[in-house]
Design a protein around this ligand. Structure first.
Ligand SMILES: [Zn+2]
Length: 65
């Protein structure tokens, strides 16, 4: 099985993330898993379904903060 490799220029956003505030699930706005990869550095807004907070997540191949 060949591993798909990219030049580091694209990355698949998480289809859901955990809300930092309430622990609920946040879903991306304006992006769906079927949309696939986005360019590195793309900002995807996520909306928490529980507290409705919005989180702007930078999609990056570097997870370091
Ligand atoms: Zn929340």
């Amino acid at each position: 099985m060949a591993e798909r490799r990219y030049s580091g220029a694209v990355r698949v956003p998480d289809p859901e993330i955990v809300c930092v505030d309430c622990g609920g699930t946040c879903y991306p706005l304006g992006w769906q898993p079927s949309d696939g990869e986005v360019p590195d550095g793309t900002v995807i807004p996520y909306r928490c379904r529980d507290c409705h907070d919005r989180w702007d997540v930078v999609i990056s191949s570097d997870d370091e903060v």
